[in-house]
Write a protein that binds this ligand. Sequence first.
Ligand SMILES: Nc1ncnc2c1ncn2[C@@H]1O[C@H](COP(=O)(O)OP(=O)(O)O)[C@@H](O)[C@H]1O
Ligand SMILES: CC(C)(COP(=O)(O)O)[C@@H](O)C(=O)NCCC(=O)O
Ligand SMILES: [K+]
Length: 261
Amino acid sequence: MSFLAIDIGNTRLKWALYAGPQPGSPMLAHGAQFLENVEKLAEHDWAALPVPTSLLGCNVAGDGMRRRVEEQLEQLERWDLEPRWVASSAQAGGIVNGYDHPSRLGADRFVALIGARHHVLSRGRGQAPKPALVVMVGTAVTVDALDADGRFLGGLILPGHGIMLRALEGGTAGLRVPTGEVREFPTNTSDALTSGGNFAITGAIERMHRHIVKRCGQEPVTLMTGGAGWKVSPSLDIPHELIDSLIFDGLLAVQAHRLAL
Ligand SMILES: Nc1ncnc2c1ncn2[C@@H]1O[C@H](COP(=O)(O)OP(=O)(O)O)[C@@H](O)[C@H]1O
Ligand SMILES: CC(C)(COP(=O)(O)O)[C@@H](O)C(=O)NCCC(=O)O
Ligand SMILES: [K+]
């Protein structure tokens, strides 16, 4: 009953093979490829994997990238798998999608919210569930708010670190410098850029935290995921947890729910 979860972002494809299609299943293998290298998946990452029984993915990198990944899946003759991709909808996995047009919410954000809701419900045994602040630090950074009932209230999209630095380099004459350190009072260009980018991201997160406390009357559980989460976490002033598998947790919850239908 092994289950393959695939998360296609705008920088990297992440994948994980689980023993079964339900939250809590042991992870048997995992990996990542930068998008320019997805043609390596069939011959490298997946060639020696045990044949998965089912597969569910989320993709925010466009239809062309989805087709390139599906071609990799087709190359594995032993895998007779119908690829299925999550589409954001009005509700799923215990959350209600409050977006103006629910289908326009990024599938990775939608799945991360479902994963976060699963974490909130599975730890608060007996107590009332808490709101969640769900942060994804990837190519872009998203900062999403889930209330205590699992309603997605809305969220922020801001540039990831890499895009901020490339935009500054491209738009100025003097900002092409090596990466620096995060400092309270940066005294060189490298530290100023690294600190500015970092505090733009942590500032947005701390701001959304205040919005949630005001709206929900209580502190949210703050869950952070994404390839650059480790860079942001040290200077984030609010209590939070880094959960690398948050999107995979959401895909497991969706798949378990689908199979239960
Ligand atoms: N192996 C790596 N080398 C360099 N940067 C990385 C690596 N993995 C993650 N990152 C950082 O994380 C970001 C990509 O994280 P990821 O969560 O994979 O993004 P996305 O989901 O948008 O594809 C990059 O912009 C970079 O800042
Ligand atoms: C905001 C995103 C680009 C984040 O993608 P990522 O940084 O993970 O590659 C993605 O969630 C997306 O394409 N969203 C669609 C627009 C929206 O959510 O409003
Ligand atoms: K992502």
